[in-house]
Design a protein around this ligand. Structure first.
Ligand SMILES: *[C@@H]1O[C@H](CO)[C@@H](O)[C@H](O)[C@H]1NC(C)=O
Ligand SMILES: *[C@@H]1O[C@H](CO)[C@@H](O)[C@H](O)[C@H]1NC(C)=O
Ligand SMILES: *[C@@H]1O[C@H](CO)[C@@H](O)[C@H](O)[C@H]1NC(C)=O
Ligand SMILES: *[C@@H]1O[C@H](CO)[C@@H](O)[C@H](O)[C@H]1NC(C)=O
Ligand SMILES: *[C@@H]1O[C@H](CO)[C@@H](O)[C@H](O)[C@H]1NC(C)=O
Ligand SMILES: *[C@@H]1O[C@H](CO)[C@@H](O)[C@H](O)[C@H]1NC(C)=O
Ligand SMILES: *[C@@H]1O[C@H](CO)[C@@H](O)[C@H](O)[C@H]1NC(C)=O
Ligand SMILES: *[C@@H]1O[C@H](CO)[C@@H](O)[C@H](O)[C@H]1NC(C)=O
Ligand SMILES: *[C@@H]1O[C@H](CO)[C@@H](O)[C@H](O)[C@H]1NC(C)=O
Ligand SMILES: *[C@@H]1O[C@H](CO)[C@@H](O)[C@H](O)[C@H]1NC(C)=O
Ligand SMILES: *[C@@H]1O[C@H](CO)[C@@H](O)[C@H](O)[C@H]1NC(C)=O
Ligand SMILES: *[C@@H]1O[C@H](CO)[C@@H](O)[C@H](O)[C@H]1NC(C)=O
Length: 856
């Protein structure tokens, strides 16, 4: 009954509408479709939050969609008048309208919308819609000219129905999780002017058909996984205005035909693997305003033709292999605002005309491989007004040049890796610069307190200079600091109490100074704390924020028991307390910090044992407990440490803070000397060092599960029993040290499977029998590594095993010598280079690159 009344009333409305001659209102079925869409969203929104609860947010986004009014007057809806004078909905702007919920909202909420066949513009961007693109519904909107699906969670591949929308001019599917190859059918969208597919997972090659679309003006395929080189067909797109192919792993030469795209205003091929020279034909692209070829493998000189691109405002050639001087024709670019040439192999003098370019706002030159030189006789009288200046590793000496003080808008200054001397200039302290990076120079003296009265300082990096004195008491007045790096200086005294007032502090690196006294670092957001190699003493502080991810306190004089409150640091990934005098039971605290990935407690005075619960540490990749007083036996459960089982992922993880972590070198005993491992690469290592304790019992066979280990050291303990055969499964092992124990029996034949083995030490045990041969084992001929056992034999130590002695006569003996000789010859020829994967990281701190800074 109710439905009949409902349909009756709809009928009557229809009747009324039809009887009104000036039908300026939108068609009733379209209005109903829109209201149905609204009602679905309202239902979803309400069912996800309780209207009585405090955090109830009513759904108000479509409040103007009032059933009593004409839908053409609603927000986000545009109508047009058709020939018969009725109006019909043609544009729908439904961006950011679907409520953000924890449970995914699927694209079927759009179903009513697909009934509005007259649509020309449909914008459903920024809605976090899940599932596949609703090809069936969108395919029905054959009149679509503009389709924006940016920033949803669409997955799967592009539905074929899209290629039926031949009127499309604008198509944006960026920032989804779409995958698959781009189909040749793109060639059907003949009217397409803008194609944005960035930030998805598309792969394969870019189809040549794309380059037959003569109307295309803007192409953005950046941040995908395309692999092949760029088709030379790109030259056919004569009307192209913007081409962006960043981060696609496209490789090969940049096709010469790019020079035919004379309408281009924006060209970006950044973060691919294009090699060869920068094309001379680039000089044809006279309309270019922005040229970004950064992070490729381009070589050769910067062509003079670039100076003809008179409309350039941005030129980014950084991180390539360009050689030769800074091209003088760049002087002719009278609109240039951003010039990035950093991290190339450019040579010659840094020209002073750079600073005379009136329009220049951002300048980045120098960097790691740069061989640019600075003529300190040149007097700089700048005419530019720089906002950002990066001149790292430019070989500049003397005092920090005072002309910088004329740059009133300066917000970023990086002069790291030069040879500056003298004090921190007072004029610089007064300038209110946002980021000051002067690491790796020879600066001396105290820090001027004025520096910390700044209202904008967010990054201060002065590591590895020769600054001294106490840290200014007013350091906490610089409330805006996020990153403070003062490592490797000569600072002494206490950490000023005021430091805990710096609310936004994320990273604090005071390592390698002579600081002492109590530690204040309880800032609420502080995630990275490095106070290692100072003279701090007393108990391990526990007042750190629960945001703490990295805590390095090694090489100090901390004492007392391992504090139980460390278990409050629920985000702690990296705990380094090595070389202190920490006592207490290992098993009481550590197994409860389940977030740990790296744990270094080397050289302390810990007692207790490794409990079964050690396997709680499911993320642990690096464990160094050497040089303590741990007793008991190694628990079987150690074989469950998941991250030591996985073969490490060679792809370093990418996260926003990655560039920050690089300051954190972890020193580990690697192949008998202490090496700093770049923590950016830490993800790819897996180490276990239990040496120099009082561990006894037998080696659990489960230890052989840890296939991901590169280093295993259980030497200098009281371990007995046999070496488990399962050690042959340690396929990643490069260094294995079992020396100075009471291990007996044979070295298992399975050792011949250890293809990565470079260092083996089994000396000072009770081993006997034949040392296995085959694979890397045949190359293990270091006598000391087998010394002091109970009867080892084998070619490696030139002791013939009884089983190898044949009935002898004089001739045989001669043969024996001969064969030793030929064995030796084989060793020389054996590829020992299988173990080259470790990066020996010097203290290079060239991590502060601006790309990352923009994220901050
Ligand atoms: C269509 O609607 C949008 C957003 O409501 C508005 O900005 C735009 O001016 C309208 N366009 C036309 C042609 O009415
Ligand atoms: C007007 O034309 C549209 C199509 O353009 C059609 O859907 C609609 O029914 C027509 N209205 C009247 C009153 O004829
Ligand atoms: C797409 O995402 C949905 C949920 O977000 C998931 O259920 C589905 O399996 C995904 N499909 C593909 C092809 O990944
Ligand atoms: C698309 O159109 C077909 C035929 O007109 C119809 O059967 C189908 O339900 C429509 N799909 C959607 C999602 O609107
Ligand atoms: C493509 O654009 C042209 C010119 O604007 C137009 O005449 C033609 O109808 C469009 N094609 C389609 C399929 O919409
Ligand atoms: C590329 O996309 C990933 C996410 O897929 C994002 O984290 C990263 O920042 C993007 N890179 C650029 C340069 O936009
Ligand atoms: C590029 O332009 C040159 C000269 O105008 C022409 O010979 C060549 O065929 C063009 N290449 C393409 C791919 O259009
Ligand atoms: C540079 O830009 C101006 C203004 O946008 C334009 O008038 C001029 O044609 C452009 N010059 C070249 C060589 O394209
Ligand atoms: C700058 O342009 C002028 C004329 O446009 C030209 O004569 C001169 O050689 C150019 N300078 C450089 C350094 O290329
Ligand atoms: C210029 O550099 C030279 C050599 O590096 C150095 O000896 C000299 O003191 C410097 N002069 C000034 C003014 O910094
Ligand atoms: C240790 O943590 C507990 C709560 O987990 C807290 O009550 C206590 O004050 C903390 N002790 C110290 C010394 O911070
Ligand atoms: C470590 O601390 C213990 C007492 O807790 C003390 O006896 C010992 O001398 C200390 N060792 C060092 C090297 O300071």
């Amino acid at each position: 009954m109710a439905t009949i009344i409902k349909s009756l009333s709809i009928l009557s409305i229809l009747f009324i509408l039809n009887s009104i001659p000036i039908s300026s209102s939108c068609p009733i079925h379209q209005k109903q479709a829109l209201l149905q869409f609204k009602s679905t969203l309202t239902t979803i929104s309400n069912s996800n939050s309780d209207s009585n609860s405090d955090d109830y947010i009513p759904f108000t986004e479509l409040d103007s969609w009032d059933p009593k009014t004409d839908c053409c007057t609603w927000d986000r809806v545009n109508c047009t008048r058709t020939r018969n004078k009725t109006r019909t909905v043609v544009e729908l702007y439904l961006y950011s309208v679907v409520p953000l919920l924890e449970t995914p909202v699927f694209s079927n909420v759009l179903t009513p919308v697909f009934g509005i066949r007259t649509l020309k513009v449909l914008d459903i961007s920024m809605n976090s819609l899940a599932g596949e693109i609703p090809g069936d519904g969108i395919g029905n909107l054959t009149g679509l000219v503009h389709l924006d699906m940016m920033q949803n969670n669409f997955n799967g591949s592009i539905p074929r129905q899209i290629f039926g929308l031949t009127s499309l001019r604008y198509l944006d599917m960026s920032s989804n999780s779409l995958e698959g190859e781009l189909l040749p059918e793109f060639g059907l969208l003949r009217n397409l002017t803008t194609l944005v597919l960035s930030v998805n997972h598309f792969k394969g090659s870019i189809p040549a058909e794309l380059f037959e679309l003569e109307s295309l003006r803007v192409v953005d395929l950046s941040n995908n996984s395309f692999t092949d080189g760029l088709s030379s067909e790109v030259g056919k797109l004569r009307s192209l205005e913007s081409l962006k192919l960043n981060e696609n792993f496209l490789t090969g030469n940049v096709p010469d035909e790019i020079g035919n795209l004379t309408k281009l205003t924006e060209l970006s091929l950044a973060q691919n693997q294009f090699f060869g020279g920068i094309l001379l034909s680039i000089g044809n692209l006279k309309n270019l305003e922005s040229l970004d070829l950064s992070e490729n493998l381009l070589s050769g000189q910067i062509p003079a033709g670039i100076g003809e691109l008179v409309n350039l405002t941005t030129l980014d050639l950084s991180k390539n292999r360009l050689t030769g001087p800074i091209q003088s024709s760049l002087r002719n670019l009278t609109k240039l605002e951003t010039l990035r040439l950093k991290n190339n192999m450019l040579t010659g003098e840094i020209p002073s005309w750079l600073f005379k370019m009136k329009t220049l706002k951002k300048l980045f030159i120098g960097g790691e491989a740069s061989r640019l030189i600075w003529n300190n006789k040149t007097k700089i009288v700048p005419r530019c007004s720089l906002e950002q200046l990066g001149m790292p590793s430019c070989g500049i000496s003397g005092h920090i040049p005072e002309w910088i003080s004329t740059q009133k808008d300066l917000d970023f200054l990086d002069l790291s890796g030069n040879q500056f001397e003298g004090g921190f200039p007072n004029w610089l302290a007064k300038m209110d610069v946002g980021s000051i990076i002067l690491s790796d120079n020879k600066l001396t003296g105290k820090l001027p307190p004025q520096l910390f009265e700044s209202g904008s300082l967010s990054v201060l990096a002065l590591s590895r200079n020769n600054f001294s004195g106490e840290l200014p008491e007013n350091i906490g007045n610089a409330r805006t600091i996020m990153i403070l790096m003062l490592s490797g200086n000569n600072f002494s005294g206490h950490i000023p109490v005021s430091i805990s007032k710096i609310y936004r502090l994320l990273l604090l690196d005071l390592s390698r100074n002579r600081l002492s006294g109590p530690v204040f670092a309880d800032n609420p957001l502080l995630a990275y704390i490095d106070l290692s190699y100072n003279e701090f003493s007393g108990e391990i502080p526990v007042t750190f924020s629960t945001e703490t991810q990295i805590l390095s306190l090694g090489g100090n004089k901390f004492s007392g028991d391992l504090p139980v409150n460390l278990t409050n640091l629920v985000n702690l990934e990296h705990l380094d307390l090595h070389d202190n005098n920490i006592t207490g039971n290992f098993q009481d605290v550590i197994p409860q910090i389940v977030s740990l990935q790296v744990l270094d407690l080397r050289n302390n005075s810990l007692i207790g044992f490794m409990p079964k619960a050690i396997s709680n540490l499911a993320s642990l990749r690096i464990l160094d407990l050497s040089g303590n007083n741990l007793a008991g036996s190694i628990p079987r459960e150690i074989g469950n440490l998941a991250r030591m089982i996985e073969t490490p992922d060679m792809k370093p993880t990418v996260d926003i803070f990655n560039f920050l972590i690089e300051f954190q070198d972890l020193l580990l005993n690697w192949k008998n000397s202490f090496r700093g491992l770049s923590s950016r690469k830490l993800d790819i290592y897996s180490f276990l060092d239990l040496s120099n304790n009082r561990i006894s019992g037998e080696i659990p066979a489960t230890l052989g599960n840890l296939k991901g280990l590169k280093l295993l050291n259980i030497s200098h303990n009281r371990i007995s029993g046999n070496i488990p055969v399962s050690f042959g499964n340690l396929e990643g092992i490069e260094s294995l040290d079992l020396s100075h124990n009471e291990i007996s029996g044979l070295i298992p034949q399975s050792f011949s499977k250890l293809n990565q083995l470079a260092i083996l030490d089994v000396s000072n045990n009770k081993l006997m029998g034949k040392i296995p041969t085959g694979g890397q084992m045949s190359t293990m001929n270091e006598l000391n590594s087998f010394a002091n056992n109970s009867g080892l034999c084998g070619m490696q130590i030139r002791i013939v095993c009884p089983e190898d002695i044949r009935p002898s006569d004089d001739h045989e003996v001669e043969d024996e010598t001969l064969s030793w000789f030929s064995w030796e010859a084989t060793w020389v020829g054996f590829p020992v280079g299988l173990f080259s994967s470790i990066l020996f990281m010097a203290y290079s701190l060239n991590f502060l690159n601006l790309r990352s800074f923009r994220i901050l």
